[in-house]
Design a protein around this ligand. Sequence first.
Ligand code: SAM
Length: 282
Amino acid sequence: MCKPSVRRDDAARAAESTSGVPQEPHVPYALPDEDEWWQRFFESPDSIKLSYFPAPPETQRELDGIPHLLRLMPRDRILDACCGMGRHAVPLAAIYPHIVGVDRSAMMVSMAADAAARAGVPCRFVRADAGRLPFRAGQFTKALNLFNSFGYCETDEGNISVLAETARCLEPGGVFLLEIRNKVQQLMAVPYSRGERLAAGLRVRLHCYYDASRRRLNSEWTDADDPDVLHHFASIRLYDPGEIKSMLTSAGLRVVGLYGDYDGAPFEPWHWKLILLCRRDT
Ligand SMILES: C[S@@+](CC[C@H](N)C(=O)[O-])C[C@H]1O[C@@H](n2cnc3c(N)ncnc32)[C@H](O)[C@@H]1O
């Protein structure tokens, strides 16, 4: 069992820079006082590396598909919930200027705002919890929640609140695109272990496994030289299509399309992604 540690690494390890990512001395994972894992993880530059964000060509394929799936129009008021570093919101803002990105991570919001400034697009970013959105009801016509950003909360109630808040902020008839992992494929891939490097170059070992009792996919990154030191931890609740559909329904969102990729391919069990297109009816 991994023992969380607050041991501080050699600051020299942190000196190595990763382009565009804020650098700060790396501190191994410590059990947070009250925050959930993701509220800590995404404040670290390591999260950029360890989340395996899609490379630019894949991001471009997503950006090509999103406007078609959501039937975006330039006048749409768009919410990108859990927007991260603005991978979608910033390029979309060049054509769809009324877009607001929301993320709980100060680091991600600051990176997204910098990216928007560099691109010269009018995108706004707000630091907030997607389960308690700081917007009035019906403010948006379209909403996104993409790339494994859903299912982080410890409880199903917490995760439903993210859907319910998105529904509340959509106008009646508004449309929501949610991408989650395909549980079946995830379960076939685990458990596994492999070596990795943190943003500052430190060698770690990833152990990824499924916790069946809590139905969560857990990732632990321990020190390559000292497996008792846990540097990072991540955990995501996996939902099967039936479960997520009924959660969306209870949040007031009707599923109108199930896709396996952004090109609009209908969802099949072998797809890695499950993309749900939902409508707020009333
Ligand atoms: C894997 S990243 C994906 C970011 C972005 N959607 C993308 O595709 O690049 C997940 C992001 O979701 C954010 N996040 C997860 N749950 C959240 C919540 N309840 N409220 C706000 N942000 C959240 C995290 O802070 C993190 O930046």
